[in-house]
Design a protein. Structure first.
Lengths: 466, 110
């Protein structure tokens, strides 16, 4: 509850700060202060400091279900946002004139994230997804004079509104089909045996709509264009925090509402998982632009996260929170380096290790983590996902397929490492003035965090059973 | 009236909306088709609400049946918010290109 209230309030504070504060750099510090306050308030609700649960208690008629599991997920989200602000905050200032609005909109997105990770009724799922999406449409189009940004915004908006329509149709059918006439996801009375036809139709509609939101194939086609067209800082935010929040909503819905009829929809999810892994990994191989490659890589990683929806056991839930942390930190780090580059193609990274050895080393750690090399967080989270899939006891071939595609992903991640270390730079790859000491230190902390998650994942999982 | 008639009507409206989104090229018309989809859902929600009210299931939990009618208001409000953002995006695009054709949007593919 703390997180939902504070993110909404801080969004408004950021919006108004634009009226009273003329300085262009001040909003960044206000936003960092805000996210730290929200992070601490969230930890207080989780009772992480051992001084008792401190939270605003509002009777929501059980429309929200707040547990240590979703609070620990929110803690990961806020920590990643803090990292994002520290690394890329100064790049948000360069997007346009309305700096405080951009930060305000990011806080509204976080409010949506808090809602979709704690909802207990389909009404709040819908509202949460909308609160999360509408500010993103604006952020995508925030580079107003850039035609690519305009196109990305329009495409994202039309696709988003379309998927909202499908989501609502699914909700309507689930409401009509269950005998209780209830929107509460833990109170859907479906009877014994096969699902009623209306619930089945509703379920398929909801799978389609949520696949749109998390960009799982075959509903991923908007992703590369939108991620490519949006200002790079906001792509970084969209492809990490927003995407893992979508998965969290996905898992929450299927665990609570459709957990009992799991065998009946598992084939559908397996189909989406395999297709997402295939399309994401194979298409990423052919990309020349690193920004576009990361967009496809985010589709490929979504395939791995779909395994959590497939398995739906405790290991899957632990794995999802771990995956959220490892994937978000690594991708935010790579994007933070990418924004500083003069050229976004893979050749643009040529010889980075010569001029900026520390930056190249951190980027290497992030890329290794995304590939899933042992000792990094990416390995541990992929391991959790695969063991969750194994625990279901069916479809062992799915694990083999997932590992094979992870091997393919090594190809396109390693190309960037190869460019940084083994190729000679032909032009100036990076503007030295842009790289401050603070940026380097934050990047190093992110790299250390990735390795820490890989060696000792219990420090995140421990929160879930607080 | 039978609930099946309402389901048929709102599904028809919904499919007209989907076909419009997928085939029309004018951004405003695509936009209107999305609105048509949302209104098809509104109709279905209200019809289901009435169905649950009439059946015995809702009598045990009286508020559930009217929940859908509240839901419809939320859909309308969110749709209004979405319209304001969407039209702003279309205006922004028109200022730059003097065109609102969706098929115009393929520069990103390259």
């Amino acid at each position: 509850m703390n997180a939902i209230l504070l993110t909404a309030v801080w969004g408004v504070v950021m919006m108004f700060s634009g009226v009273f504060i003329k300085s262009k750099t001040a909003p960044k510090y206000l936003a960092i202060a805000g996210i730290i306050i929200i992070f601490i308030a969230n930890l207080l609700e989780l009772n992480a400091f051992g001084i008792g649960v401190l939270h605003v208690n509002i009777d929501t008629k059980e429309m929200l279900n707040i547990s240590s599991f979703n609070l620990s997920f929110l803690a990961v989200v806020f920590a990643c946002t803090l990292l994002f602000f520290l690394l890329s905050g100064s790049d948000i200032e360069k997007v346009g004139d309305d700096v405080s609005e951009y930060f305000g909109l990011i806080f509204f997105v976080l409010c949506g994230v808090s809602l979709v990770s704690t909802y207990n009724t389909l009404l709040l799922l819908f509202i949460g997804i909308e609160i999360l999406s509408i500010p993103l449409y604006i952020l995508t189009g925030s580079d107003k004079r850039n035609l690519k940004s305009n196109e990305a915004a329009l495409k994202y908006f039309l696709m988003g509104a379309f998927s909202t329509g499908i989501l609502l149709m699914g909700i309507a059918f689930i409401y009509g089909g269950n005998n209780n006439g209830s929107f509460y996801i833990n109170n859907l009375e479906m009877g014994e045996g096969p699902m009623p036809a209306m619930i089945a139709v509703g379920l398929v509609f909801m799978v389609i709509a949520l696949s749109f939101k998390v960009s799982a194939a075959p509903f991923h086609f908007w992703t590369p264009d939108v991620y490519d067209g949006a200002p790079t800082v906001f792509t970084s935010f969209m492809s990490t925090i927003v995407k893992v929040a979508g998965f969290f909503a996905f898992v929450r819905l299927f665990e609570n509402a459709f957990g009992k009829v799991q065998p009946q929809w598992q084939n559908l999810i397996v189909f989406i998982t395999v297709l997402t892994l295939l399309i994401g990994n194979v298409t990423a191989v052919f990309q020349q632009s690193v920004k576009r490659m990361l967009a496809y890589s985010s589709i490929a990683q979504a395939g791995f996260m779909m395994l959590a929806v497939f398995a739906l056991n405790n290991t899957a839930k632990e794995g999802l929170v771990l995956y959220a942390a490892a994937y978000s930190i690594a991708t935010i780090g790579i994007f933070a380096v990418l924004i500083k580059m003069n050229d976004y193609t893979i050749d643009g990274f040529n010889g980075l290790a010569k001029t900026q050895p520390q930056l190249a080393l951190c980027t290497t750690v992030f890329l290794l983590s995304l590939t899933g090399i042992p000792l990094t967080g990416g390995f541990m989270s992929k391991f959790f996902m695969l063991s969750a899939a194994a625990e279901t006891g069916t479809r062992f071939w799915l694990i083999i397929v997932a590992v094979l595609f992870a091997a393919i992903s090594a190809y396109y991640y390693f190309r960037v490492i190869q460019a940084m270390y083994f190729k000679e730079a032909t032009t100036v790859v990076i503007d030295e003035k842009e790289i401050t000491r603070g940026f380097k230190i934050t990047l190093a902390i992110a790299a250390v965090l990735i390795i820490a998650i890989g060696i000792y994942p219990e420090f995140i999982i421990g929160w879930m059973y607080h | 009236m039978d609930i099946k008639a309402y389901i048929a009507l709102s599904l028809t409206l919904f499919i007209i909306g989907i076909i419009g989104v997928l085939t029309r090229r004018n951004a405003i018309i695509v936009f209107m088709c999305v609105e048509l989809m949302l209104n098809a859902v509104n109709l279905l929600m209200v019809a289901f609400s009435n169905m649950h009210q009439a059946s015995g299931a809702a009598k045990a939990l009286p508020t559930f049946a009217s929940d859908a009618q509240i839901f419809v208001f939320f859909i309308m409000i969110v749709a209004a918010a979405e319209v304001s953002v969407g039209l702003a995006i279309i205006v922004m695009l028109y200022r730059n290109t003097h065109n609102i054709d969706v098929s115009f949007l393929n520069r990103l593919k390259n």
